[in-house]
Ligand binder design. Structure first.
Ligand code: HEC
Ligand code: HEC
Ligand code: HEC
Length: 404
C-alpha cells in the first residue's frame, strides 16, 4: 500500500506539473512576442547565431555605446540577476551593481510597461541560451563616459512611471498609446531631443535626426505628419514596409524588419488608431519657392533628365515600386538629411515577408555635384503640393562628410 501511495502521489505530482506547464509555456510565448514588440534584437543581437549576446554599436551625438549581453550567462550576461534587478534596469535604468544606464537603452519608454509584461519578458529571457561574450557597453569619450553624470541626466530627462490608460479613450486607442509610448519606443527616434539627448516631452513624435537619417513627424499634421495617411496606410507601412506614400529605409527599415512586420494585426491597428488622433506640431505651412527661382529652374532640368523615369513627371511615382514624391510628408520635413542621403548614396527599401524584393534607388553622388543635388531636392521640396526650406550645397556637403 505504501508503495502504491507513493506512486499515486508521484503521479498526482506529475499531473499537477503538466497542468502548470501549460500556463508557463504561454508565458514564454508571450514574453517572446514582447521582445519582438520592444525590438530588443535591434541593439542586443550582432550575430544571428549569438542571439541577444550584445555588442551592437549605437552611434549617439556623444559617441558610441553598445548593447549589453542580456543572455543568462553568469559572467558576461545577466545570469545572476533576479526579477527585481531586471525590473530596475527596464523601468529605472539601473543595471549591474547599481550602475546608471545610458538612455540609448530605451528605459525611458520601457518604464511604461505593465508588471505582467515585465514578468513575462523576464520569464522568456531566462530561457535564452547563455552565451559567454564580454561587451564593453560604454565606449563614450571623456567626460560622457562618467556614469554618475546620468543621475543629473535622469533627474532632468526621465519620468519614471507605468502607463495610465485614459478612461475617455477607447480600449484600442489605449493599447496603441501603450505600445507607441512604451515597448515600441517610437519616440526614441521620432521625438526631437534637447541638447542633452533627452526627449522634448511636449514635442512627442514631432521628428528628430537619428544616425544620419531624419525620423519624420508622426503627428496629425497634413503637411509634414500623418494627417493624410489613413489607418490602412499606417498598418500597411508597418506590416509590409511600403504604402502609397513611402518605403521604409534606414533605421526604419530595421524597425520594420525585426519588429513591426511581426506585430499582430490588432496591435498595428491600435497603433494606427492612436497615431491618427495625435496632435499637430507645425501650425505654419511655408510658401513654396517660385518656379522662376534659379534653383528651381536648374532642379527641374535635373529632375526631368535623371529622376522622372522612375518617379514619373509630376512626382506621382509608381505604386509600391517608386515612391510618390508629390504631396509627400517625408519630402516636407524641415530637416532634409534623409533626402540628401538617399539621393547621394542611394538606398534600398526594406524587404519583408509580405514583400520580399524591395526596389532600390541609385546613388547620384558620382553623377551630380553638391550644387545639383541641392537644386533637384529644392525643386522636389517645392513642387506638386510640397513646400519646404531649400537645400543648400553646404547641407549636401555636410551629409556626405557624415556618410564617409
Ligand atoms: C535602441 C537600442 C536598445 C534597445 C531597442 C534595447 N536595448 Fe537594452 N541596452 C541598450 C544599451 C546601449 C545598453 C547598455 C547601456 C549602458 O551600459 O549604459 C542596454 C542595456 C540593457 C540591460 C542592462 C544590462 C546590464 O548588464 O546592465 C538590459 C537588462 C537590457 N538592455 C534589456 C533590454 C530588453 C529586454 C530590450 C527589449 C525589450 C532592450 N534592452 C532593448 C540598448 C538597447
Ligand atoms: C531606430 C529608429 C526608429 C524607430 C525605433 C522607429 N522609427 Fe519610424 N522612422 C524612422 C526613420 C529614420 C524614418 C524615415 C524612413 C525613411 O526615410 O524611409 C521613419 C519613418 C516612419 C514612418 C513613415 C513616415 C513618413 O512620413 O514617411 C512611420 C509611419 C513610422 N516611422 C512609424 C514608426 C512607429 C509607429 C514606430 C514605433 C513602433 C517607429 N516608427 C519606430 C526611425 C525609427
Ligand atoms: C531607377 C529608379 C530611380 C531613379 C532614377 C531615381 N529614384 Fe528616387 N527612389 C527610387 C526608389 C526605388 C526609392 C525607394 C528607396 C527606399 O525607400 O530606400 C526612391 C526613393 C527616393 C526618395 C525618398 C522618398 C521616400 O518616400 O522614401 C527621394 C527623395 C528620391 N528617391 C528622389 C530622387 C531624385 C531627386 C532622383 C533624381 C536625381 C531620383 N530619386 C531618381 C527609385 C529611383
Amino acid at each position: 500500500m505504501k508503495t502504491l501511495n507513493a506512486l499515486s502521489a508521484a503521479l498526482l505530482l506529475a499531473a499537477s506539473m503538466t497542468a502548470q506547464a501549460q500556463p508557463e509555456y504561454d508565458q514564454y510565448a508571450r514574453g517572446s512576442y514582447l521582445a519582438t514588440l520592444g525590438d530588443c534584437t535591434a541593439c542586443h543581437t550582432t550575430d544571428a547565431k549569438q542571439p541577444y549576446a550584445g555588442g551592437v554599436k549605437i552611434n549617439t551625438p556623444f559617441g558610441v555605446l553598445a548593447g549589453a549581453n542580456i543572455t543568462p550567462d553568469r559572467e558576461t550576461g545577466i545570469g545572476d540577476w533576479s526579477y527585481d534587478d531586471f525590473r530596475r534596469a527596464m523601468t529605472e535604468g539601473i543595471g549591474h551593481n547599481g550602475k546608471r544606464l545610458y538612455g540609448a537603452m530605451p528605459f525611458t519608454a520601457y518604464t511604461k510597461m505593465s508588471e505582467r509584461d515585465l514578468q513575462d519578458l523576464w520569464a522568456w529571457i531566462q530561457t535564452l541560451q547563455p552565451i559567454h561574450h564580454e561587451v564593453e557597453t560604454n565606449q563614450l569619450p571623456f567626460p560622457f563616459n562618467i556614469r554618475t553624470s546620468l543621475i543629473a541626466w535622469n533627474w532632468l530627462n526621465f519620468d519614471k512611471g507605468t502607463f495610465t490608460p485614459d478612461p475617455k479613450k477607447s480600449a484600442e486607442w489605449n493599447r496603441g498609446a501603450y505600445l507607441v509610448q512604451g515597448l515600441g519606443h517610437c519616440g526614441t527616434c521620432h521625438t526631437s531631443k534637447n541638447f542633452l539627448g533627452g526627449d522634448e516631452g511636449d514635442r512627442f513624435l514631432s521628428g528628430s535626426e537619428v544616425e544620419g537619417w531624419y525620423a519624420p513627424n508622426l503627428g496629425a499634421d497634413n503637411h509634414t505628419g500623418l494627417g493624410k495617411w489613413t489607418q490602412e496606410d499606417i498598418v500597411s507601412y508597418l506590416r509590409t514596409g511600403v504604402n502609397r506614400y513611402a518605403i521604409a529605409s534606414g533605421p526604419m527599415a530595421d524597425a520594420v524588419r525585426h519588429s513591426t512586420q511581426h506585430w499582430r494585426d490588432e496591435d498595428l491597428r491600435a497603433v494606427a488608431t492612436f497615431l491618427k488622433e495625435g496632435k499637430t506640431h507645425d501650425e505654419s505651412v511655408p510658401q513654396p519657392l517660385a518656379a522662376s527661382d534659379d534653383r528651381m529652374k536648374l532642379g527641374a532640368q535635373i529632375y526631368e533628365a535623371k529622376c522622372s523615369a522612375c518617379h514619373s513627371p509630376g512626382g506621382r511615382g509608381e505604386k509600391n515600386i517608386f515612391p510618390q514624391l508629390a504631396s509627400n510628408p517625408l519630402i516636407n520635413q524641415p530637416n532634409a538629411t534623409s533626402l540628401i542621403r538617399v539621393v547621394s548614396a542611394g538606398s534600398r527599401g526594406v524587404d519583408t515577408d509580405a514583400r520580399p524584393t524591395a526596389p532600390a534607388m541609385p546613388a547620384f553622388a558620382g553623377v551630380l555635384d553638391d550644387e545639383q543635388i541641392a537644386a533637384v531636392l529644392t525643386y522636389v521640396r517645392n513642387s506638386w503640393g510640397n513646400a519646404a526650406a531649400p537645400v543648400s550645397a553646404s547641407d549636401v556637403k555636410d551629409v556626405k562628410e557624415e556618410l564617409k
